[in-house]
Design a binder for this molecule. Structure first.
Ligand SMILES: [Zn+2]
Length: 395
């Protein structure tokens, strides 16, 4: 008998609010502000400004609704505490594992995250999934937990809740694994215990994300997950659900998956010949990437970007971490690009202009496009906020 799941009644569980109190006590001062979204049952400690906080809550609400509608049947029945921490606090919290930028701890109903993009979407998926597992009484295996969390790292979500999962750098690693037949076997991966799986997490996260991307691409993700839940008592590895839903052995499924991965082009993550270079060095900020250096003569410098600016979006799409920045900027071929920066609490949109960069020379007085890079920079700094400047040589 498949387990019966009834929509969970909200439980009065004090854990998330207790975590919020603890965070407040451990972080005196005004770095963090505290809020509660009663509708989506989220309890926050956050270092974000109002605009980024609002963006984040909107994003999470949409993700919760989408996942409740398609996979996990309902939002978590208890509140979840979300701490959006500064890079300095992240460093302290993850001192023992410097590559981590986020975690979800189910017993405390607590997420700590260093960015409000990839990492938060991953961790919130864990929170949703744990809620479902607990209601079902099913401890799902690691490849399923991490595969789904990784799957939701980057997606495009339409208002009707239809979703497209976007290939990331993980796709490139999955391609490498798929090209090497001896490197892994899915039949093996699905039987791994948590220790075995985590020992190979570097190479397995991209693979399991890719397997779920493939299922989603075939329109079978939802059916697979439902079958997995329904047959969990007979097979907790997920293999049987694959074989039932895809009508193939797991080895045949693996062969189709490999062909599918290899047929999709790699994601361009290197600035190559013909690509435009923004011309900045960056480091992680919580809601974007902070500019640490601006190259002389670059599009960024001519647009007035200075060290300390935080870039939060490119062409209207949020960019929340160095990884998202790399994926968004490694293959720029357009002559202009709008970016959104945050500086001293204010946001502004700036157009980077790549064409005829260094050679642009201002013409004589009286012409309608008359701006030198220095004048442009000065004008920008004085507080104009939407720019589009044409250099004279482009006419
Ligand atoms: Zn995870």
């Amino acid at each position: 008998m498949p387990p019966v799941v009834t929509a969970p009644k909200p439980r009065n569980d004090p854990r998330a609010r207790r975590q919020q109190d603890e965070w407040r006590r451990d972080h005196p001062g005004d770095t963090y502000h505290y809020s509660i979204d009663e509708v989506h049952r989220m309890v926050f400690a956050s270092c974000l400004d109002d605009a980024s906080q609002a963006d984040m809550q909107k994003m999470l609400a949409a993700q919760i609704d989408q996942q409740a509608a398609t996979l996990f049947e309902a939002p978590p029945d208890t509140e979840i505490f979300v701490a959006v921490a500064t890079p300095a606090d992240i460093k302290k919290i993850f001192a023992d594992s410097p590559t981590s930028a986020g975690m979800y701890e189910h017993p405390r109903r607590r997420i700590v995250t260093g960015d409000i993009g990839t990492v938060l979407r991953h961790e919130y998926t864990h929170a949703m999934h744990f809620g479902h597992m607990e209601r079902l009484g099913q401890p799902h295996v690691m490849w399923v937990q991490e595969g789904l969390a990784s799957l939701y790292e980057v997606y495009e979500l339409a208002p009707d809740t239809s979703i497209r999962f976007v290939p990331t750098e993980r796709h490139n690693q999955a391609r490498k694994a798929a090209a090497n037949k001896r490197a892994l076997s899915l039949a093996q991966v699905v039987t791994m215990n948590p220790d075995e799986f985590m020992a190979k997490s570097q190479s397995l996260y991209p693979v399991v994300r890719s397997v779920f991307e493939y299922m989603a691409d075939q329109g079978k993700l939802r059916a697979w997950y439902k079958r997995y839940v329904d047959t969990f008592a007979q097979d907790r590895t997920g293999r049987r659900a694959i074989e039932d839903i895809f009508g193939a052995t797991i080895d045949e499924f693996e062969t189709s998956w490999r062909a599918w991965v290899l047929a999709r082009p790699a994601v361009d993550v290197a600035v190559g010949r013909g690509d435009r270079n923004v011309g900045v060095d960056i480091k992680a900020a919580t809601d974007g990437v902070e500019v640490t250096r601006v190259a002389r003569g670059s599009a960024a410098q001519r647009a007035g970007i200075v060290a300390g600016d935080v870039i939060v979006a490119i062409d209207g799409t949020p960019v929340r971490s160095p990884r998202e920045w790399t994926e968004a900027t490694a293959a720029i071929r357009v002559p202009e690009l709008a970016i959104t920066i945050r500086r001293s609490g204010k946001r502004s949109e700036i157009t980077l202009i790549f064409d005829a960069q260094a050679n642009a020379k201002p013409r004589g007085a009286g012409e309608h496009v008359l701006v030198t890079p220095t004048e442009f920079q000065r004008a920008e700094i004085r507080g104009g906020f939407l720019y589009k400047v044409q250099f004279a040589s482009e006419s």
